[in-house]
Write a protein that binds this ligand. Structure first.
Ligand code: UT7
Length: 367
């Protein structure tokens, strides 16, 4: 059975930064409260033309470049997001087109902030089963588009961004090890966007009552998160045959510094074992773990051979943890740079659209 190694990683965030002081100019809040209650100082917010697909594509190109592969080598693209471009088509397919990943299947995965962990596990299992060799995992969010900017209990928390991993099959032991995935739908109402789906399709009423915005019971989510983070970390570590002391780093979902501190207390581990960068990005939901990973590698906190656990929680309710032996990039002999594919992917997409029109004109069958 092949192993699934993380061989590429990348991230992308919008240019625009919104500080706590900026927020306090249009909502009743202040920098002191936000820092003390969450640890967040600022977040990035998508501007015009920046969407979950564009950020996801930028992060994906970085990851592909790091792995030294071509977009055409991808067999599967899994995009975890709670802020997809549309209900359908899948954001993963839009990214597939922007990458020119002409040999890849593509689908979205919805498990909120736990989604990246679920998605890595699905990609790794597909590799281990032998059905695919190279998988792109993307976590991308523009939750700022679903936030009620008048609701101070939620608008201070979220930021936009994307992260991506490339997983590749190898006979060399290591890579993705134990993973646990949990859910409890009985707590679904604690964090939701009530309208816009089949239960409450968008209407004048849902718009006027703000049901298309994120609704959250912060206290309940907080209680749930502090209960499950340490427990899930232990489960994934044990499943991998490791002990907690062997872990070089824990990369938690970046929601609230107090939740991460509670997890550290639960695990009886010092805070320097935990990667934290939510001060600069806020809660980017499913993108928070890959963004934190990219910065952990860049700062030398995560190195080849290290044992790491990713752990997260979110709407659903969902939670989970995944243990991995960090592989590092594999040397590549490609002389074509993946970023050269960007203009080619655009041209390919236009040509396919033109061909489809011509096909309809010359070979279309009337009803
Ligand atoms: O990816 C998962 C996403 N969700 C989460 O991780 C959320 C988890 N929950 C939390 O992080 C916390 O519940 C929050 C940080 C959101 C809120 O902390 P809290 O301890 O649950 O505060 P609270 O909502 O009970 O509010 C405490 C006080 C209230 O004032 P009074 O009634 O005590 O006078 C609020 O009105 O703080 C007030 N408050 C604020 N003050 C200034 C609430 N939000 C704000 C604000 N600025 N933004």
């Amino acid at each position: 059975m092949p192993y699934a190694h993380i061989t590429g990683w990348g991230m992308a965030v919008p240019q625009k930064v919104l500080t706590n002081d900026d927020l306090s100019k249009f909502v009743d809040t202040n920098d002191k409260w936000i820092r003390e209650m969450t640890g967040i100082h600022e977040r990035h917010i998508a501007g015009e033309g920046e969407t979950s697909a564009t950020l996801g594509t930028d992060a994906a190109y970085e990851a592909i470049k790091m792995a030294g592969i071509l977009p055409t080598e991808l067999d599967l693209i899994i995009c975890s997001t709670s802020s997809p471009e549309h209900i359908f088509p899948a954001t993963a397919c839009l990214i597939q087109d922007k990458l020119g990943a002409s040999n890849a299947g593509a689908f979205d995965l919805s498990a909120a902030c736990s989604g990246f962990i679920y998605a890595i596990n699905m990609g790794a299992q597909a590799i281990k089963s032998g059905s695919v060799k190279t998988v792109l995992i993307i976590g991308t969010e523009t939750l700022s588009r679903f936030v009620d900017w008048k609701d101070r209990s939620t608008c201070i928390l979220f930021g936009d961004g994307a992260g991506a991993f490339v997983l590749q099959a190898s006979d060399k032991p290591g890579g993705i090890m134990g993973c646990v995935m949990h859910s409890d739908g009985s707590g679904g109402e604690f964090l939701s966007v009530p309208a816009g789906g089949s239960a409450h399709p968008a209407s004048e009423i849902t718009l006027h009552t703000g049901q298309h915005f994120i609704h959250m019971n912060g206290k309940e989510v907080f209680r749930f998160a502090t209960r499950v983070m340490a427990q899930a970390t232990i489960e994934a570590t044990t499943k991998s045959g490791w002990k907690e002391e062997e872990l070089a780093l824990i990369i938690p979902h970046q929601a609230n510094l107090r939740i991460i501190e509670a997890a550290a207390r639960g695990l009886k581990m010092p805070m320097d074992k935990f990667m934290v960068n939510l001060d600069r990005y806020g809660n980017t939901s499913t993108a928070s773990i890959p963004i934190a990973t990219v910065e952990a590698v860049a700062s030398g906190r995560l190195k080849a051979g290290d044992k790491v656990v990713f752990v997260g929680f979110g709407a659903g309710l969902t939670w989970g943890a995944l243990a991995a032996e960090w592989s590092g990039p594999v040397p590549s002999d490609h002389f074509i740079k993946p970023e050269w594919f960007r203009p080619w992917a655009r041209l390919r997409s236009i040509l396919r659209r033109i061909l489809r029109i011509l096909d309809g004109i010359f070979f279309g069958r009337g009803a």
